[in-house]
Design a protein around this ligand. Structure first.
Ligand code: HEM
Length: 501
């Protein structure tokens, strides 16, 4: 099992890549291995190398709060006694809205030139990779603090811990709703969604909800082909911003200073809403900004995301493209003609087979990426299948899924369902017009609506009358709430966050 080398170089065929010899290889960190302890009956299994997850797989808002108690505590405003998340102490946006707190590191990769701005800290360590991602993190931080404030107002008798946990539970539910209702069906298409995921049928304890290797290492990396080479920044009329023009993608990597010194997140969020995701071109699956100018933490040279994806698949020992087609009940590719049937561009099929010699050798990430999209989707059938299976497992195997018994009252569920990513943008920025569904591109002003016309969640559904024995605002010990018994919701809140971490 455990290999001796964790760090090595991916070498390139110079003839193919036409690179100077100094750039003929890229550094590559192997994923940290987890070895089986002791030998069970299956010696072959005991000798397999597996990788460790660094974060939870559940869709539970851990991207906002972290996946373990250490990050969790760093992100909480423990002094304010208000259940909020901690915010940046040094800077606010032009309208006084908060920013994410800074990471405390002397050697921050985010410190560019004269811009003395450190990296932001959030529940996921990748928060600084690019400006749109950072903006999304910031929206959720602001949303948490807004909800916490309202809950404190509605339930003056709740202590800081209760406000925090109840808010976190709502944010987790919103992540689940937005991901599963608004995002996933558009990626895999309605047909795959209905066939593979279907309606929710309750918690299933036999389902393993961990992230599968093939999902993280290949299938969900389809997203890399949707990235545009330019991050647009737009003004209130969704036109090129006068003061902060659009940026090349590589100029946005690890650059939180641009948010602080260049007008906050509003221009970036408008840019994301008002720009179409890149459509993969068969001759160039990923933009050069990702294959020639990528920056990753701790590697002081430009990297290539396509190479990393392919090598990561091999590092994790993923079976090849054909085996995964088999796994999904799709025909194996045996000949060039077969391959041409599933790939939109025949010349791409030819070139890939020329390179790999045999269809069984094709790396799964590449094979999946070049498949023709299924109707109404952004992925081919193999990736749709793998993403659908994972999403179903994440939903059905989550005992705290927002629709699971006892999680929320019917009134609360109805309120949660009103929320959309567009409304969250409206409530946490100064943007006043948005497309009603943030995942559907619209060219401004066509189809855009005023933020006032989008439904909002009414937190009255979380009002809890204070009665004897209700949780005490000033007490650290949790007393039994009304009628001497914790409500189901409160019980599950407590359990959620100790179990999911
Ligand atoms: C500018 C945008 C993006 C950049 C710069 C970026 C960069 C990266 C990098 C550097 C890695 C690690 C590669 C490795 O060493 O194996 C990675 C992993 C990954 N990326 Fe992206 N990515 C971007 C957007 C996306 C999008 C839009 C998606 C999906 C919709 C996505 C899905 C993934 C997944 C699933 C992984 C594996 C994560 C894991 O194993 O925990 N990425 N990305």
């Amino acid at each position: 099992c455990c290999p001796l080398t964790y760090y090595y170089f991916i070498s390139f065929l110079q003839a193919l890549d036409n690179l100077p010899s100094a750039q003929s290889c890229l550094p590559f960190n192997r994923s940290l291995p987890a070895c089986f302890n002791g030998f069970g009956r299956d010696i072959l299994q005991a000798m397999q190398q597996q990788q460790m997850n660094a974060i939870t797989s559940f869709i539970d808002g851990s991207v906002v709060y972290g996946s373990g108690p250490k990050v969790n505590n760093l992100l909480r405003d423990l002094c304010g006694l208000n259940g909020k998340l901690t915010v940046n102490e040094h800077f606010k946006d032009p309208k006084g809205r908060p920013y994410l707190p800074f990471e405390e590191s002397l050697q921050s990769v985010c410190l560019h030139g004269e811009e003395n701005v450190a990296c932001f800290r959030a529940g996921d360590s990748r928060v600084n990779e690019g400006l749109p991602l950072t903006s999304l993190h910031l929206l959720w931080l602001r949303q948490h603090n807004q909800i916490a404030e309202t809950l404190k107002h509605l339930n003056g008798h709740w202590n800081a811990e209760t406000i925090y946990e109840e808010t976190r539970k709502i944010i987790g539910a919103l992540h689940q709703i937005i991901t599963m209702r608004d995002y996933v069906p558009k990626i895999i298409g309605k047909e795959f969604f209905d066939n593979y995921i279907g309606p929710y049928g309750g918690y299933d304890p036999t389902v393993d909800p961990s992230a599968s290797n093939v999902f993280a290492t290949a299938a969900f990396r389809f997203g890399h082909a949707t990235i545009s080479p330019v991050v647009r920044r737009l003004n209130a009329s969704y036109q090129e911003h006068e003061s902060f023009p659009s940026l090349k993608l590589h100029e946005t990597f690890f650059s939180p200073w641009r948010i602080i010194k260049e007008g906050g997140i509003d221009p970036i969020v408008r840019g994301a809403l008002g720009t179409q995701a890149a459509a993969p071109h068969s001759n160039k699956l990923l933009t050069d900004e990702l294959t020639e100018r990528l920056i990753v933490l701790s590697i002081p040279q430009d990297m290539d995301l396509a190479s990393l994806n392919l090598q990561r698949g091999r590092d994790h020992g993923l079976p090849g493209y054909n085996d995964w087609r088999d796994f999904c009940g799709l025909e194996r590719i045996r000949t060039l003609e077969d391959f041409k049937q599933v790939v939109s561009d025949a010349s791409v099929a030819e070139r890939i087979l020329q390179l790999y010699k045999h269809p069984d050798n094709i790396d799964i990430w590449l094979g999946g990426l070049v498949e023709t999209f299924s109707p109404g989707s952004r992925t081919g059938p193999m990736f749709s299948c793998l993403i659908a299976k994972q999403m179903k497992a994440l939903r059905d195997g989550d005992r705290f899924w927002w629709e699971a018994d006892g999680m929320f009252s019917q009134e609360q569920r109805d309120e949660l369902l009103k929320v959309s990513l567009s409304k969250i943008i409206c409530e946490n920025t100064d943007i006043t017009e948005v497309p009603p569904d943030a995942f559907i591109f619209g060219k401004y002003p066509s189809g855009y609506v005023s933020c006032n016309n989008l439904p909002a969640m009414n937190l009255e559904a979380w009002r809890e009358e204070k009665s004897e024995g209700t949780w005490d605002n000033n007490s650290e010990t949790v007393q039994s709430p009304s009628k001497g018994k914790m409500t189901e919701v409160q019980q599950s809140t407590k359990a959620t966050y100790s179990t999911h971490m």
